[in-house]
Design a protein. Structure first.
Lengths: 116, 113
């Protein structure tokens, strides 16, 4: 089945540690996105990538890093510089890579990160 | 600035009652509108979308939304809700001048038997 796979589903981290969340898609989509979800705040865009080896900061990129070495993979690293990393993280992809926001987003099941 | 406003954070309704979830967006020449649904501890799924054409769009499970350009709204409605509709609903907008989709803060729909 085609779709987006995020792992791990649940992750615990001690303060000061970096952690990497995996996102893989087999939909052959050009564009991929990382969102952070907090209660009552909806989804906020962290980073997005419209093509391999290129990515742009979203609205809340501080304390996060990404890479896009392969079309199907877009891992997110939550660094120790992120002051409040406990959240639900969602990865998404879309066919649309030319801009315009017309494309439907396909989401993974999410990764819940808890900092102890 | 581009923005999406969902006016109600929570909407409690009785089963089989009608419901409307409100969504307004900041004005732009050209927009694309979406409603997504999220069940507990899951990702989001597309419920319906408006790209062009008829301003009334429908989903397969009885929801509908109407694009109102003059009021910059895209409210979601269902004439009779079921327990299975319990979820969080997100309105989202894509602007032709941007390469990303902006989400509202979500509305939690809770259905009482």
């Amino acid at each position: 089945d085609g779709g987006i796979t995020q792992s791990p589903k649940y992750l615990f981290r001690k303060e000061g540690q970096n952690v990497t969340l995996s996102c893989e898609q087999n939909l052959n989509h050009d564009a991929m996105y990382w969102y952070r979800q907090d209660p009552g705040q909806g989804l906020r865009l962290i980073y997005y990538s419209q093509i391999v080896n290129d990515f742009q900061k979203g609205d809340i990129a501080e304390g996060y890093s990404v890479s896009r070495e392969k079309k199907e993979s877009f891992p997110l690293t939550v660094t120790s510089a992120q002051k409040n990393p406990t959240a639900f993280y969602l990865c998404a992809s879309s066919i649309d890579s030319a801009g315009g926001g017309t494309g439907e987003l396909f989401f993974g099941e999410g990764s819940r990160l808890t900092v102890l | 600035a581009q923005s999406v406003t969902q006016l109600d954070s929570q909407v409690p309704v009785f089963e089989e009652a009608p419901v409307e979830l409100r969504c307004n967006y900041s004005s732009s020449v050209s927009v694309y509108l979406f409603w997504y649904v999220q069940y507990p501890n899951q990702g989001l799924q597309l419920l319906l979308k408006y790209l062009s054409g008829s301003t009334l769009v429908e989903s397969i499970n009885g929801f509908e939304a109407e694009f109102n350009k003059s009021q910059t709204s895209f409210h979601l409605r269902k004439p009779s809700v079921h327990i299975s509709d319990t979820a969080e609903y997100f309105c989202a907008v894509g602007y032709s001048s941007a390469s990303k989709i902006i989400f509202g803060s979500g509305t939690r729909l809770s259905i009482r038997p």
